[in-house]
Structure formats: C-alpha cells, structure tokens
Design a protein around this ligand. Structure first.
Ligand code: SAM
Length: 346
C-alpha cells in the first residue's frame, strides 16, 4: 500500500506526471492536516453526534458546545477526508465511513483515532530519537499511566477487525487445550480462538499496564472463563507449558533481532511437540523492492521501541535460528500489511 494524493482532473494528473507540484510539501502539509482533522472529529464528538442523525452546522455546534464557524470549517475538512457527507445543508456520516466512525459499530475505530493524540506526542520526539538513537520506549511507562489505556483500547479495536479472519486461519493440533498469547494485551485474538474451539483456554502474558486494561476488556465481554491475564515480561518470565498454541502477535516489531531469537527459542521449549506457533506481524517488503508505506511503520517501531518492521526473510531467519520451520504465510485482508505466519518446531 502506497501513500499519495489522488489527482482529480487532467490538469492535476499532468502536473503529477511532469513533477510540477512539490510532492514532499504536499505529503507533509496534507498528511498532517488530514490526520488532525480526523482526530478532532473524533475528540470533539462530531462522529458520535452524526451517528445519532443528520445535523446542520448550527445544530451540531450548539449540541457539542462548539463555535459555529470552527464547526463549519471542520465539517468541510472532514468532508474532504471522506468521513462525512453534506446533503441540502445537513451533514451525516459518509456511507463508507459509518462502520468505522459510528461508536455503536462493532468495527468502530474511533479509539484508535483518539490514541493518535498520544502517538502525535511520541512523534514530536522523532528528530531526537533519530539523532541520539534513543527511543521513546512506550512499554516502560508506569502501569497507571493513562497512555496504556489509550494504547491497548486502540489495539483492541484493531484486533476486533481481523480476529475472526485470523482465528480461522490458525490450524490447531488435535485435542488442543492450551493457548499462550505473548504480549496479547486485550486478549481478543486468544478469546476469538477459544470461542471457535471448544475446550480451548488461553493465558495472556503481558506487562502490568497492558493487562490492567486487557482484563477489563475480557471481563466486559464475559469471557474471563476462557482468557486469563498474567503479568510478566515475555523476555524473562517463565513460559510454562507445554502449550498447544502460542500466539506472538505484533510483538516481534518491538524487539531486536537477538531478543526475538532468544524469545522464540524459549517459545519452542514451551510448545507441545505438534504445537502451532502463530506470528502476526506488519512485514515490510524486501529492502530491494520499491518502498510502500511500510517503512513508515518501521520508523514508528524505531521511535517507540528502538526496533523495526522486519521483512518476511528476516522473520523467517529469527524462526529458523530458534528451530522453527515456516509452514505458511498469509496476508490478512482486514488490516493492510499484516501477515499471519504459521510455524512448527523442526
Ligand atoms: C502492539 S501491542 C499488540 C497487542 C496484541 N498482541 C495485538 O496484536 O493486538 C504489543 C503488546 O506487547 C506487549 N509487550 C511489549 N513488550 C513486552 C514485554 N517485554 N513483555 C510482555 N509484553 C510486552 C505490550 O505491552 C503490548 O500489549
């Protein structure tokens, strides 16, 4: 998936072909504005209010206690972002955006938009991180730091989108009973797997700040009988076992290559002989290929963990060094760039 502005007219296409307009400026300026416009739409309650019904600028401003002129400008910008539509002077959620922005939708991602305020602050340290090599290290925050809630609820909203597809694609060994979800946070992937397979129960191992929120998510869904949270650092905690399935979802990119190999060796020791290791990751293309948007995620991982978005070959290397063989690798449809890798002990 690539970034870019879409040309509307022949003139704009012409300007693009002949490189007449400054793309770096357009990316920096419009990228920033689009992000903040959508974030403001969420935080100021525009999406929630429009999910309840159409409204004029004045009605919305009065209801949300906003300045009418600011509300008008924001709504027009949200229309440019394809989040809202205007008909006869009344605004509504755009048809294609409704499932993502209506808080009652099971595919609502407003929490992730709100989490962007936290990420925005992290990104303000980018230049220092690149200069000094020191990451923000988001997993070192105190357990009671409110950024954990924002982070883990955002991850939960993302997980809801792909969990059924991911769970369907994980082959379980016959008679599987125990799942270990490393860095599983909200526990939603493990919960989905347990709901699909009778007799399966999961343990989520994660840092305290994360499991405080994860426990609430699982309790609210009344799934605490299937998923148990356990506090621990995956790099040092006892992994127990033998486990029939180990999930390692979006954790590899927070660890260095050496940490990944060391962790995977311990996972191998904790896995039952015919057990399944499932790794879900944002994998970037091999470095020689022309870049997509994936290196932006790589930069994000560098900023937040001093790690990287790895290529399929790099991940296969970590697995191979730890004694695993890749059985399959399948891109997920519901979240771009995410790949589910199934591996078994050699
Ligand atoms: C990007 S989130 C992924 C959450 C979930 N697995 C998912 O795919 O939605 C990364 C998770 O890994 C956890 N994590 C990172 N480093 C960890 C460590 N050293 N020990 C335990 N958990 C860790 C974080 O607390 C967070 O919950």
């Amino acid at each position: 998936m690539r970034l870019g502005l879409k040309a509307d007219s022949l003139l704009e296409r012409f300007a693009d072909w002949f490189n007449l307009a400054p793309q770096p400026l357009a990316h920096a300026f419009f990228g920033m504005m689009a992000a903040r416009t959508l974030m403001a739409g969420e935080r100021l309650g525009i999406f929630g209010a429009l999910a309840d019904g159409q409204a004029t600028v004045e009605e919305l401003a009065a209801r949300l206690k906003l300045a009418p002129e600011g509300t008008r400008a924001l709504l027009e910008a949200l229309e440019a972002c394809e989040a809202v539509e205007r008909r006869k002077g009344r605004y509504r959620l755009a048809d294609r955006a409704r499932r993502w922005l209506d808080p009652r939708s099971s595919q609502y991602v407003g929490g992730f938009l709100d989490f962007n305020y936290t990420q925005w602050e992290w990104w303000s340290h980018m230049e220092d991180a690149v200069r000094t090599g020191q990451a923000v290290d988001i997993h070192q925050f105190a357990p009671e730091d409110p950024r954990w809630r924002s982070y883990i609820l955002a991850m939960y909203q993302m997980a809801r989108l792909s969990a059924p597809e991911v769970a369907r694609a994980i082959p379980l060994p016959r008679g599987a009973r125990r799942v270990l979800d490393l860095g599983g946070a909200h526990g939603w992937f493990a919960a989905e797997l347990c709901r699909r397979h009778r007799g399966l129960k999961a343990t989520v191992l994660d840092l305290e700040g994360s499991i405080r929120v994860g426990r609430e998510v699982i309790a609210q869904a009344q799934l605490s009988h299937l998923v148990t949270h356990q506090e621990g650092d995956v790099l040092t905690a006892e992994l127990g076992g033998p486990h029939d399935v180990v999930l390692l979802f979006q954790v590899v990119h927070h660890l260095s290559p050496a940490q990944n190999v060391a962790l995977l060796r311990r996972v191998r020791a904790a896995l039952a002989p015919k057990g399944t290791l499932a790794v879900l990751e944002y994998l970037r293309e091999d470095v020689e290929k022309p870049p997509s948007a994936a290196p932006l995620i790589g930069l994000h991982y560098f900023l937040t963990s001093k790690a990287a978005a790895y290529t399929p070959a790099e991940l296969e290397g970590f697995l191979g060094d730890a004694g695993f063989r890749v059985e399959s690798a399948r891109p997920m449809r519901h979240v771009p760039l995410q790949t589910l890798v199934i591996a078994r002990a050699e």
